[in-house]
Design a binder for this molecule. Structure first.
Ligand SMILES: Cc1cc2nc3c(=O)[nH]c(=O)nc-3n(C[C@H](O)[C@H](O)[C@H](O)COP(=O)(O)O)c2cc1C
Length: 365
């Protein structure tokens, strides 16, 4: 399968490898030279996304130890393209042989074979697998390092699992203080416990459940984003919807805006400590595709994991008979807390891309 997949205009990423190949990785172009990288931070970001961290996630045990093969000298960027490699260690292709005839519902086998033909290797999801979010997280960690130098902070948390919703507002600080304290990456203790109970219940029924990730970005400079096809919203949406299992995106009040009056939804301008701001932030920090300096806030719904142990009636593509399918193997009953890390990462990449478009490389060192 020819690789035509890359993303970004200045800070550009491309992925290679597949779920069961020897290694996966990313090639990143456009990173300014002379940026000192905190390798521990990058590894820590990869560890946050790793499977087998608790009983709520897949037991595929990948250490996700990364190394650079190009573009870095003395832990500092050279300005050349950066190549990051992550070996695949814990591959069990036999778990996937049953899906050659009985395609998994809401999974990749049917659409991928329509697009690329029957010979395509889909063991473990192949190139389509959520595993490819590991190199995205590594590239996103570099983007986060660049953002941090500019005082820009990004943090995400699980704001909903099934019908349990956390409707509170939190600052990036509050999110960062609490988010790693529990397996679902929730913030409110009581709601978090309810979310964990719900997932444990779903595991007992050999089923899965989805949820919502909320992302908040503070101190992003006002005035970034282009009109039309590279507005900040459209670039974020395009990047985030490229992450497997995401089902949409809502900026600010999102779909609720459709039920509000203009007088309720408008964000009047105010002067706050000598700085232009807005009284409310219903727009979620972006108007007409351009950042206005208020926190950028968006929500991303994540679907329930497609692989479930519960019996599903589905078609055998060879015999054309309806059969009972039970999916064994190693799967997350709820992928929300792991997808969250990939969404933070790809968002950071978009934000850096727009910074690079508007600032000179020297300004970002
Ligand atoms: C980090 C991550 C881990 C995932 N793990 C699983 C999994 O264990 N089982 C599964 O069925 N889907 C998993 N997925 C989701 C599938 O990749 C995805 O649902 C499938 O490709 C189709 O999704 P789509 O229709 O949203 O593109 C994972 C996704 C991500 C981002």
């Amino acid at each position: 399968m020819e690789n035509r997949d890359f993303f970004g205009r200045f800070f550009q990423i491309e992925l290679f490898g597949g779920s069961h190949s020897e290694e996966i990785g990313t090639i990143i172009k456009g990173v300014p030279e002379d940026i000192k990288l905190d390798l521990k931070f990058i590894q820590n970001e990869l560890n946050r996304r790793r499977p087998a961290q608790n009983n709520l996630s897949s037991q595929r045990n990948e250490p996700d130890k990364f190394h650079f093969t190009e573009g870095i000298k003395n832990e500092t960027t050279t300005g050349e393209k950066i190549r990051i490699v992550i070996p695949n260690i814990d591959v069990r292709s036999q778990d996937y042989s049953q899906f050659e005839e009985v395609y998994r519902p809401s999974h990749i086998e049917y659409p991928a074979r329509l697009r690329y033909g029957s010979e395509i290797n889909l063991k473990g999801g192949g190139r389509f697998s959520g595993r490819l979010t590991a190199p995205i997280v590594a590239a996103g960690a570099i983007a986060k390092i660049i953002l941090k130098k500019q005082g820009i902070n990004i943090a995400g948390y699980t704001s909903q699992i099934g019908s349990i919703i956390d409707e509170n507002n939190y600052s990036v600080n509050q999110i960062q203080e609490r988010v790693e304290s529990n397996a679902v990456r929730g913030i409110d203790s009581e709601l978090t416990n309810n979310m964990i109970d719900l997932i444990e219940n779903v595991i007992k029924q050999e089923d899965s459940v989805g949820g919502v990730v909320t992302i908040q970005i503070e101190n992003y400079p006002p005035g970034l984003g282009d009109p039309w096809f590279h507005s900040l919203e459209s670039d974020l949406a395009s990047a985030i919807l490229s992450i497997p299992s995401t089902r949409g995106i809502e900026f600010g009040t999102g779909f609720k805006a459709a039920t509000m009056l203009g007088s309720e939804h408008n964000d009047p301008y105010i002067l706050e400590n000598g700085k232009i701001s807005t009284k409310s932030n219903n727009c979620g920090g972006i108007i007409d595709g351009i950042s206005i300096g208020t926190p950028i806030i968006f929500k991303v719904p994540i679907k329930p994991t497609a692989s479930i142990g519960k019996i599903q009636k589905t078609l055998n593509f060879k015999t054309k008979q309806m059969v009972d399918l039970t999916i064994k193997g190693r799967h997350d009953p709820c992928i929300v807390p792991r997808v969250l890390i990939a969404i933070e990462a790809i968002s950071a990449i978009v934000l850096v891309d727009h910074l690079l478009i508007s600032k000179t490389q020297n300004e970002l060192k």
